[in-house]
Design a protein around this ligand. Structure first.
Ligand SMILES: Cc1cc2nc3c(=O)[nH]c(=O)nc-3n(C[C@H](O)[C@H](O)[C@H](O)COP(=O)(O)OP(=O)(O)OC[C@H]3O[C@@H](n4cnc5c(N)ncnc54)[C@H](O)[C@@H]3O)c2cc1C
Ligand code: FES
Ligand code: FES
Length: 1226
């Protein structure tokens, strides 16, 4: 099987494949079908990557191509996202457009909250979401301010970056109609190579088929089976699809509850329950309300629209969101087989083991009855996940209590938990006493004993999960208490406590490649056997190290191989690759290759590398002043440590390459998603054993890069090139998301050890730091990353005496690499760690301590560079004032006094980011300008476009230099045969250096045109070009630029590593839930110096995008490995990047005025990387809030908080009765 996406990719390349597991929404399409039960046509979104192709019988699919295009007319949903700058790399855009379009088809006048809900299943890695919401806000009817957490009103930048009055209106009458021929249904059967799909239309047919094929899978939404087949290599030869059977979709209101057919989708269940809650007395709908609360946070709409209630139950996942509700409420399940029907209660006996139930193989789950609640009965459900929206639970629960009539004495309690055992479980030890504090304590004690987990329990986070079971009960206790207190006749002992809650290149290449990877960390390869792969249909050949015609040695430091030869040094190392006729066949064949290994002992963590002294030399140092003396003169000296986890790039478009051999003299054309054409060309030429002049690398655009495609793409590109070279035919490969995450490395994790000496007033005197980064199995760019970390260890603070060392640890993880900020954020994060600790130690407000340490104009940094044009203090003052810092701080203090379990925190953080490559010779760029006889200009430069708006800025530069409109200038692509030896598009300098090169080329053309212009001053651009051509004047020019005077010597601490600095300040406020560790980004204000902006809309987009990516880095995104170094977090299901709901509820970004920068093109400044670090303000605001929670427990000393600040770390840091109870009972 068999999803829709490969079918779409044949000819329709609008729908994108970002993950293949329903987690990113890039593949969103609209499904329309006639519903015979409701007798109407329904439209809903779905993920094409999971939607079974066979389930499309008599269903209409609308893709982004179907609603509008640039040739005829854009649909308003397309036009508005484009004009509001809501698209950067554009890879997520079709999916977002289709979510919006489907919403508009169902609700032409949506509310803002409908729009936010519609995007729960869509991710974007570039924009920071704000411009998308702003653009689509223009469809909304006046938005109300919502009361609950997620639905609080969003206030953001005014929409002055676009003019909504120019948008074309939405006209629902113009939408395509549903094809009438799709209204009929009958039984169908499709037989594929390995799978048979049968779609019965009656219950009898289904039951008979299940008896004939007891091992057949029933598939409705395919959101579980699809994942098992795709990612877990499961094969189900017979699939039964019951989605069209009336009884399986029926909804009945009975005397005791509502009965849903097992194939009812979660969206339809939601709709029915919502209606019931609105219409029935509230005491009857306690369970429905809890189920709705779980559904609100259940996946995204694309999943809920197709996934069935029965599918959720029968998957029997221990972290199912609905099963705890169904179990605690005692819901009834009706099962049917050829032998008849039986009804069972969902209780502690229903689940018999991991993903097992009492349901027999020949039985089908027919329906589920969710009961009404009774008077005196209360029910709640809670879920804690890594990310609030679209994430599976860490722990989830359903909780029910029934009181003896007219009293507050408990008659029955049922507490059901998910995430605490291999199945959903019921707490069996319960209390029957009055609902008061004694019951709370007794229940917590029993729960702490019963909800035990062994330290090695799968899923880890043992202490956090155990604490959550108590926290959830406490929340339930308080909720019920509050409800009881409204009913005074019952609650005579009214106890109340104030608590509030909280590539594509669309070419039809003949052959596809799939890599054979290792899943051992470090081992010796004993044998590789591809014989089984050869029996997979469509198999063409297997390539490995012996097929490399040139050198198998590759990498920036020549310490890597194209294919692993004898020894494998990380999980994901490529051993070989299979070429086959289709992507699916190549995938299957690659997995059939058998490898035998002899395992060796891996080094995985920084700590292990330090123990074994496994470093990639040299070890860098920066020293200034006299550190020893500085410590002696200090009033206090503090020592500490901080760990900052790595980060996955999660560009929406994974690595991809198309290699087209030309059949002559070793020539090959490569279409690659890369930021680095030069190295791609060089490494490919070396692997093929040909000179670089035979290899042309072309990049149209990338679906995001963020540094991940600066060098690591070459691993895949060389493999694909070797394969194409071997068979002499075009070969294409786009990595699956899990492979991409496994192979391509990410941001370096860092450990910082510091000793800081300071005065009573908070002034820093002396600093000694050691930075350790996890470089992985090769050097790649790790030294450059470490250099930048050391050069940013001061963040923005004047430290008179510094001694620092940087160690790159060699481990058996896949090589870590460049990532937006390139070590700068890690270097600065550790500075902010000791800064926040020392403010605590001095008992001074952190903002005061930060301010007295800020540099001044003319100061020398710790690497002895003089600060000129130092605008940071202006940014600081402006941010303090625009955020209304001091007044809000008082409000926060007040809030924290009033609330015990909810705390707020705020923090203001500066950044100073050095601009230039720290490798001096990379600070060069080239450009090529062709002017054609009609006056149109074809511009090429050395930079690549990955969504950062570089091409737009370069067109603006050329337009301004040549004095012609931007409409006359076009950039087609970046290629090695137009501009050679390009530096990677990185280090934020691409607009600076390529802009200067473009300007230089334009000046050459203008100079040549000068005599013609003088002889015809009133002539037009076209006239001058025509005359120039007729006078045989060259209309093509190259341009070149290098940054002057950069270069720094670590040994002598002399020279100038940076051309200039970009500055910014952010102030963030957060609210944490001390009981669950959840947090909410309340407000952020950013003031950024971007010089005289070349394009404010692009620059603001970069600031917001970087900031939100930083929120991911410091608060959400956590890479988890097995002790052997196997990456667990290999897709959006496990690895959570920020979603729409994670951006600050109020988000204000402003650009500092009147700050021209004399050192870059048209007085602008670099902006791509510098703002990312500002999101540290969110991290330290969280730490501030935790301090407040700890103070309530009588703990005031500085404490260690590692990054990211996940719910687990936040919860565990908020020490209280419950954390202590879990620790004591451990
Ligand atoms: C991106 C993503 C996010 C998710 N988020 C969540 C989440 O937040 N919370 C959560 O709980 N789950 C989540 N899931 C899991 C999944 O979506 C749910 O379990 C869903 O309800 C499964 O329904 P389905 O119709 O797609 O199942 P399918 O994949 O079609 O089937 C699942 C299993 O149920 C069996 N089955 C289905 N119907 C019957 C029947 N009538 N009788 C007998 N057996 C039957 C099938 O044989 C199969 O084994 C997520 C999944 C994805 C891909
Ligand atoms: S590609 Fe389908 S959801 Fe990501
Ligand atoms: S624009 Fe959304 S992922 Fe790039």
């Amino acid at each position: 099987m068999f999803s829709l996406i490969p079918v779409l990719s044949v000819g329709l390349c609008g729908t994108k494949l970002g993950c293949g597991e329903g987690g990113c929404g890039a593949c969103t399409v609209m499904i329309s079908k006639y519903d015979p039960f409701q007798k109407k046509i329904l439209h809903h979104t779905a993920n094409a990557c999971l939607f079974p192709i066979c389930a499309l019988h008599h269903v209409a699919v609308t893709t982004v191509e179907g609603i509008g295009n640039t040739k005829s007319r854009l649909h308003p949903a397309q036009e508005r996202i484009a004009k509001s700058h809501g698209s950067q790399c554009g890879f997520c855009t079709p999916g977002i457009v289709m979510s919006m379009y489907t919403l508009l088809r169902n609700k032409p006048k949506p509310k803002m909250e409908d729009i936010e809900d519609a995007f729960q299943g869509n991710l974007c890695r570039c924009t920071g979401y704000r411009p998308i919401l702003e653009g689509y806000r223009t469809f909304a009817v006046v938005s109300g301010f919502r009361q609950c957490l997620k639905h609080s009103g969003r206030t953001m930048m005014p929409s002055s970056l676009f003019d909504s009055s120019k948008f074309q209106p939405l006209d629902p009458t113009q939408e395509p109609i549903f094809p009438p021929e799709l209204m009929e249904q009958k039984q169908v059967c499709f037989k594929g190579e390995r799978v048979m799909w049968i779609q019965p239309t009656t219950l009898q047919e289904l039951v008979a088929l299940k008896s004939q094929y007891p091992n057949a899978k029933l598939v409705v939404g395919n959101t579980e089976v699809g994942i098992e087949m795709r990612l877990k290599n499961m094969l189900y030869p017979v699939i039964l699809a019951p989605a069209w059977i009336p009884e399986m979709n029926a909804v009945q209101h009975t005397e005791t509850g509502v009965t849903f057919g097992a194939a009812c989708t979660l969206s339809s269940v939601e709709e029915v329950l919502r209606k019931a809650v609105a219409e029935l007395p509230s005491y009857k709908t306690e369970i429905f309300q809890a189920a709705l609360e779980q559904l609100r946070w259940f996946a995204g709409p694309q999943i809920r629209n197709v996934a069935a209630l029965g599918g959720n139950i029968m998957t029997a996942s221990p972290i199912s969101d609905l099963n705890p509700v169904l179990m605690a409420s005692g819901s009834k399940l009706t099962l049917i087989s050829m032998e008849g029907k039986r009804t069972v209660t969902m209780d502690e006996k229903f689940f018999t083991g991991y993903r097992k139930t009492i349901v027999k193989p020949e039985e089908v789950l027919l329906s589920v009855e969710i009961p009404y609640s009774k008077e005196g009965e209360y029910f709640s459900a809670f879920k804690q996940a890594y990310r609030r929206e679209d994430d599976i639970a860490i722990v989830t629960c359903g909780m029910r209590v029934l009181f003896q009539h007219g009293t507050s004495r408990v008659q029955e309690v049922k507490l059901s938990y998910g995430g605490m055992a291999p199945t959903t479980i019921l707490a069996l030890k319960t209390c029957q006493e009055d609902w008061n504090e004694k019951l709370l304590q007794d229940a917590c004690r029993l729960l702490a004993g019963e909800m035990d987990l062994s330290p090695s329990a799968p899923g880890g986070m043992v202490e956090f999960r155990r604490t959550l079971t108590l926290s959830f009960f406490f929340k339930f206790y308080l909720t019920v208490l509050q409800k009881l207190s409204h009913n005074e006749s019952i609650l005579s002992l009214a106890y109340y406590q104030s608590v509030q809650y909280f590539l594509e290149v669309a070419v039809h290449v003949l052959l596809h490649l799939h890599c054979t990877l290792t899943f051992q960390t470090i081992c010796v390869i004993l044998s590789v056997d591809a014989s089984e792969a050869q029996s997979v249909p469509g198999f063409v050949c297997f390539v490995s190290a012996k097929d490399v015609p040139g050198s198998n040695i590759t990498g920036i430091a020549n310490d890597e191989t194209v294919f692993a030869e004898d020894v494998v040094t990380c999980v994901g190392h490529i051993i070989g690759a299979v070429i086959a006729d289709t992507q699916e066949h190549s995938r299957r064949a690659a997995k059939a290759v058998k490898i035998k290994y002899e395992e060796l002992k891996p080094i995985v963590t920084i700590q292990e590398a330090i123990e074994k002294q496994s470093f990639i030399k040299p070890i860098k140092r920066i020293k200034k002043g006299d550190v020893k003396k500085g410590f002696e003169e200090s009033d206090h000296v503090l020592e500490g440590e901080m760990y900052i986890g790595g980060q996955e790039h999660f560009y929406l478009e994974t690595h991809c390459t198309l290699a087209v051999p030309k059949g002559e003299d070793g020539e090959m054309e490569l279409f690659v998603s890369t930021q680095n054409l030069m190295k791609t060309q060089e490494f490919t030429a070396r692997a093929l054993g040909v000179p670089s002049n035979r290899i042309v690398v072309r990049v149209k655009r990338m679906g995001g890069g963020f540094g991940g495609k600066e060098t690591r793409n070459t691993i895949l590109t060389t493999v694909v090139a070797v394969a194409a070279f071997k068979i002499g035919r075009p070969v294409r490969c786009m990595l699956d998301r899990d492979e991409d995450m496994l192979i391509s490395g990410g941001r370096h994790p860092f450990l910082g050890r510091y000793k800081v000496g300071f005065m009573k007033n908070g002034k820093v005197k002396s600093l000694e730091v050691s930075y350790y980064s996890n470089g992985g199995n090769s050097a790649d760019l790790s030294h450059g990353v470490m250099d930048r970390a050391l050069l940013h260890l001061d963040n923005s603070y004047n430290i008179p005496n510094v001694s620092s060392m940087g160690f790159v640890c060699k481990t058996n993880l896949s090589s870590n690499t460049a990532f937006r900020g390139f070590g700068g954020p890690q270097g600065m994060m550790i500075a902010e760690c000791w800064m926040s600790d020392l403010a605590r130690k001095c008992g001074l407000p952190p903002e005061e301590v930060r301010k007295i340490n800020l540099y001044h104009e003319g100061d020398l940094t710790h690497f002895n560079q003089k600060l000129e044009g130092f605008t940071l203090r202006r940014c600081w003052d402006e941010c303090l004032s625009s955020s209304n810092y001091h007044a809000r701080k008082k409000l926060i203090e007040e809030f924290n006094k009033q609330n015990r379990w909810k705390k707020r925190g705020m923090c203001i953080i500066p950044t100073k980011f050095g601009i230039s490559f720290t490798v001096p010779f990379l600070n060069q760029a080239g450009a090529l300008v062709h002017v054609y006889t009609d006056g149109s200009v074809l511009l090429t430069h050395g930079g690549t476009e990955m969504g950062q708006g570089l091409h737009t800025k370069m067109i603006q530069v050329a337009s301004r230099s040549l004095g012609i409109p931007t409409s006359k200038i076009y950039i087609s692509e970046t290629s090695t045969n137009t501009v050679p030896n390009t530096s990677p598009t990185a280090a934020s300098v691409s607009a600076d250096i390529n802009g200067m090169a473009v300007h230089n080329a334009c000046q050459t053309i203008l100079k040549r045109l000068e005599p013609i212009k003088q002889s015809n001053p009133k002539g037009s651009w076209e006239d001058w070009i025509k005359t120039a051509y007729e006078n045989c004047i060259s209309l093509s020019a190259t341009g070149f630029y290098r940054i002057p005077d950069v270069g720094y010597n670590f040994e002598t601490n002399e020279g100038k590593p940076f051309h200039y600095f970009s500055y910014g300040v952010a102030c963030s406020e957060v609210e944490i839930d001390c009981l669950t560790g959840d947090h909410k980004n309340v407000r952020t204000d950013v003031v950024m110096d971007v010089g005289t902006s070349l394009n404010p809309a692009i620059d603001i987009g970069q600031i917001e995008g970087a900031f939100v990516q930083g929120i991911g880095l410091f608060t959400m995104e956590e890479l988890r490995y097995s002790p052997e170094g196997n990456l667990y977090t290999r897709g959006p299901g496990m690895y959570k990047i920020p979603a729409f709901g994670d951006i600050p509820t109020e988000f204000y970004v402003s650009l500092l005025r009147d700050c021209p920068n004399s050192k870059a093109i048209y007085s602008s400044k670099a902006v791509g990387e510098p703002p990312l670090f500002l999101s540290a303000s969110v991290f330290y605001a969280i730490k501030d809030a935790i301090y407040s929670a700890r103070e309530d427990s009588g703990v005031t000393e500085p404490f260690r908080l590692d990054s990211p600040a996940t719910p687990e770390r936040i919860r565990n840091a908020c020490v209280d009765t419950f954390t202590k109870m879990v620790t004591v009972l451990s």
